[in-house]
Write a protein that binds this ligand. Structure first.
Ligand code: BG6
Length: 468
């Protein structure tokens, strides 16, 4: 008998404020780092906002949230993951009091979700640090950000505590190693950022995350706080033991974040890395106490696996290996070079469950692809069998992991409605079940059209995965 998904499994979709909301300067919102990233991570940030930045309008969720949430409800979503834009609540980031207008917007979004019986899953910080905190404090390298983040969390927990049960502290917290500006709000160019400063910034984020867990327990009994990790299962390129060790060391770059969130202290291999690289972090006695506030669950994104090798001659970089690693010669890739490995999801789920023994939540997974709007039976749609195939294959592997004994809380596919890509800032890299008529040059009617995958996912949810 095939094991099915557990009862009450949280099926849904995921987004982030800066990729859907638009209204970048409305409602009292301050600027965020995304407002100076018109080309995502492919070019250096601009001085100020520029009109070619698609995120200024994005898919106009700020004004169309009711319509979009109604579509999610029609698909049968049990949960909707979205982020709160920090700069809507604290426009500069270092103010004393939150913006009433910013809080009111998310209250309206929550009203709409409640109307449809959809559980919110809120990311507190998703690649959208207030620009002022980046420019004035050099982002998370500065210890003061812990206090600003804590004040932001207090405002959210006090206002929404009774309405939001599931919280994620930092989106893909481990990505700061490769993307210090987008992930850590650190403007120092990558090649000039010392390991010392990078790991001090990481330490500040980890303490802030632990303090959020502590605060959540005090202010919102019954709430659950999770960390969020970019999962990158790392295989040795060959069976050569040197490659196995190389893969182990690369995997530890990401494991460290989960280990600290789940065990409440630094793992030995990371302390060794600090010693070997002359890194001496400022860690106070209070920090050590704070870190003991571990998470309730571990959430993660999964798009691809990577290989690793000890042989410098084989250390090639594929176009999709934006977080490092070597392409896997056995796998095919998406149009953006992201290698497709459904079984890697089962590997990650088993690995994380064995390692941390905390409930897991897949909060991102999906295929970025070019879609073509066509007419079928007089209705505009996209025949996205490639996306259905991708998602189906991954969900089958998630189901295998559940059969393996992994405790899995839910699955929110990335970009359940088309949105602006994070890495390339394009509209044409689409993930959604719902097509949004907007193009890379900013033209388009903004109309929403269900794709073929919309009906497919509706069926998956209705049958709790039996239709896979
Ligand atoms: C994750 C991010 O890295 O991947 C999302 O959390 C992002 O914000 C998603 O959109 C897909 O990446 P991209 O670059 O295709 O948008």
């Amino acid at each position: 008998m095939t094991t099915t998904f557990p009862e009450g499994f949280l099926w849904g979709g995921a987004t982030a404020a800066n990729q859907i909301e638009g209204a970048y300067n409305e409602g009292g919102k301050g600027l965020s780092i995304q407002d100076v990233m018109p080309k995502g991570i492919t070019e250096i940030p601009t001085e100020g906002p520029t009109p070619e930045n698609l995120k200024q309008v994005a898919i106009d969720f700020y004004h169309r949230y009711a319509e979009d949430i109604a579509l999610f409800a029609d698909m049968g979503f049990k949960v909707f993951r979205f982020s709160i834009a920090w700069s809507r609540i604290f426009p500069l980031g270092d103010e004393e009091t939150p913006s009433a207008e910013g809080l009111a917007f998310y209250s309206r979004v929550l009203d709409e979700l409640e109307k449809h019986g959809i559980e919110p899953l809120v990311t507190i910080s998703h690649y959208e640090t207030p620009l002022h905190l980046a420019r004035k404090y050099n982002g998370w390298t500065n210890r003061e950000l812990i206090g600003f983040y804590e004040r932001y969390c207090s405002a959210l927990f006090e206002h929404f505590g009774g309405r939001v049960k599931y919280w994620l502290t930092f989106n893909e917290i481990n990505s700061v190693i490769h993307e210090p500006f987008m992930s850590g709000g650190i403007p120092t160019p990558k090649d000039q950022l010392t390991k010392q400063d990078l790991y001090q910034a990481i330490h500040h984020e980890l303490v802030a995350s632990a303090r959020a867990s502590k605060l959540a327990r005090e202010l919102m009994p019954g709430a659950q706080v999770g960390c969020m990790i970019l999962a990158l299962p790392t295989y040795p390129l060959t069976p050569d033991p040197s490659d196995v060790v190389a893969a182990m060391l690369t995997a530890q770059d990401s494991y460290a974040f989960g280990d600290i969130h789940c065990r409440g202290e630094y793992p030995g291999y990371l302390l060794r890395y600090f010693r070997d690289n002359g890194i001496e972090l400022e860690i106070t006695a209070q920090d050590r106490e704070d870190l003991k506030n571990t998470v309730d669950f571990v959430s993660f994104s999964y798009y691809m696996s990577i290989c690793e090798t000890a042989d410098p001659a084989k250390k090639t970089k594929g176009p999709g290996n934006i977080m490092g690693g070597v392409p896997n010669p056995t796998l095919k890739a998406s149009e953006w070079g992201w290698q497709i490995d459904p079984q890697g999801l089962r590997v990650a789920l088993n690995d994380y469950w064995d390692r941390w023994q905390k409930p897991l939540f897949i909060v991102e997974n999906g295929l970025g692809a070019v879609d073509k709007l066509v007419e079928v039976d007089g209705e505009k749609t996209v025949v996205d069998d490639y996306r259905i195939g991708y998602l189906n294959d991954h969900l089958v592997q998630a189901r295998e992991a559940v059969a393996d004994g992994v405790q899995l809380m839910g699955y929110t596919s990335w970009g359940c409605i088309d949105l602006v890509s994070a890495s390339t800032a394009q509209m044409s890299k689409r993930y959604g079940f719902i097509y949004v008529d907007r193009n890379d040059d900013g033209t388009g009617s903004m109309e929403r059209y269900p794709k073929k995958s919309y009906g497919w996912y509706k069926e998956v949810i209705a049958t709790n995965g039996a239709s896979l």
